[in-house]
Structure formats: C-alpha cells, structure tokens
Design a protein. Sequence first.
Lengths: 198, 156
Amino acid sequence: MSSEIDFKALWNQEGSKDIPDLQQLLKRAANLRRTARIRVILQSVVLSVVIALMLYVGFTYNHIQLTTVIGLVLMLAALVSYLVTSGQLLPMLFKSNIDGSSQEYLTQLIRIKRKHEFLDKVMINVYFGLLASGLFLFMLQSAIILGTVKAVAYYTVIFICLTACYIYSKTQEVKKAIKSLTDTIKKLEAVDEQMREN
Amino acid sequence: MVFDEIYKAYWNKVFRICMGYVNNHDWAKDIAQDTFINIWQQLPKFRQESAIGTWIFRIASNNCLRQIERQNRMPRTEMPEQLAEAIEPNREPQVQFLYKCIAELPETDRLIISLELEDIKQAEIAQIMGLTESNIRVRIHRIKEKLTKKFENYEQ
C-alpha cells in the first residue's frame, strides 16, 4: 500500500462518471461573458448619463459660481470613487492572470484583496466626505438666495439623509464582509508562506 | 488542439486534481467546470510557450487556490459536503481515504501531490507551481512519507 504505484492506482480510480455536457458548459461560459459585458455597458451608460446631467446642470445654471463648480467636481469624484468601492470596477482595474504559475497567481490575489480591503475600509469614508462637501458647495449658491431659515432646513434635510446612509454603510453586514475579506487575505498569506517554505 | 478534444482528454485529470484539493464531488465538479470555462476563454491567447497540459493544470491549480475566497464566504459547515459524500457510496474505502488524506494537507502540498499522482513530470509541476524542481522533489518525498504513515495507521 505504501508504494508509489499503489497511490497512483488508487488516485486513478477516482473520476467523474457524468462529464458535463460540453454544449451546456459553453452556453454557461457565453452567458457569463454576456453578463459581464452587459454590466460594463450598463455601468458606462449610467456613469455617462449622470456626468452629462451634472454637466448640464452646471452649464445651464445662471451666473454659475466657483463654489457650484467645485461642488459638481467633488460630487463627480464621489461618484467615481463609489463605483470603484462597490467593487464593480475592480475586475476591470485589477485583472488577474489565471494562467500564470500558482506563486504568481497567489501574489496577484493577495495584491487584489489588499486593494479591495483598502477600498472597503478607506474609500467609503472618502466617498461620503467628497459627496457631503460637494453637496454643501453645490447648494451654497441657491441657499444664499433662499434666506437663512429655508437654507438651514434645506441643508438639514440633505445632511440627515447623508448621515443615515453613512450609518447604514457601517452596519454589521458590511463589517462582516470586511472581516471575511481580511480573513481571506490572512489565509492567502498563509498559503503564500507555504510556497516559500523549503 | 481544439477545445472539445481538450475537454474530453483532460476532464477527468482536472476533476481529480480538484477532488484532491476539496474532496467533495459537487464542489470539485464546479471547480473543474470553472477551469474549462477559463480554458475556453483563454485558448485563443495560448501561445504554446509551455505544453498545453502544463497550461491547463496551471489554470486548474489556480482555480483551486481561488477556493480560499469561497471557503471564507461560506463556512465549511454550510458546504454541501456531507450531502455529496452520502451520494457517492460506491467509492472504494481506500480511494476515499487517499483523497481525504490529500485534502487534509496544506493547500500547496495538495496541489503538488495531486499533480504528481496525475503523472506530471516534476519539472512541469515546478513550472505550474512557480517553485524549483529540487523543492518539488523534496516536497513530494515528504508528502508521500506523510501519506504512507497515514495509510499504515489506517490499515492497522
């Protein structure tokens, strides 16, 4: 039993009797590709529409002030950072090379996961920071015209909504997802360590 | 080599490597399927810098390593393992024990011994794993020793 040949003989007894139908597999592959393509197209369309809308508002604003322009730019930056944070752009930004050696692949995975962790932990604060300051500056021009009471009410409502969203983003569910990511990185690093052992 | 030929020639080999990694039929089948989807997607870019087999096993090994992420998303108790093992009662006890022992090894050792048992040359295993050939040789020797001990205890 202990000889090499026996191990190989035992090993070769295993096999999947029901090999999945090739056409089904190709269909699944084509679906995956189509879904990924549709997602990218949809993201680009949504992003373009929002940017166009923001630019339209900026250009059609009478006597646009510098604060409004800066507000628009900050909100735009928040939007882009949101897309990156939500992970939808990650596969495109940090493509991994599945046919490299296992050591290269592990290094890539760790790098990607670390970036992902950074985006999840840090970028969410950056997003809300940019959005809040962008909104504040963007609304300033119209708030001045509204008068003190209306302007305070205007700002209060908007910032209560933003605070609620911020608190939601820090819920247990999100914390759990971040913990899972941190655990994955630790496990990947442990496997990477195995690779380096002699 | 066209894709359907690759699929027929390599399905069981890839499946066994995945099975050595996770010791679960359904899960191994999923990984093997993902591997062939990757092969189908990457095949037009394959530049024959290495043998087709080496390239395929590299993709299979990397897909196995990707399971670390899946394991963390879904704790082991939630995996359909018990269920899957119950559906496969026809496996020889010794075969089951071998795959169980392999799946208990550290991740890289699982891949190395699976590739070795799949009769892949040590130089190719070194290329697949990104390690030196001498390192692979030493590791294979150690893993076989471990497996032998486990089998000796199992038979007693």
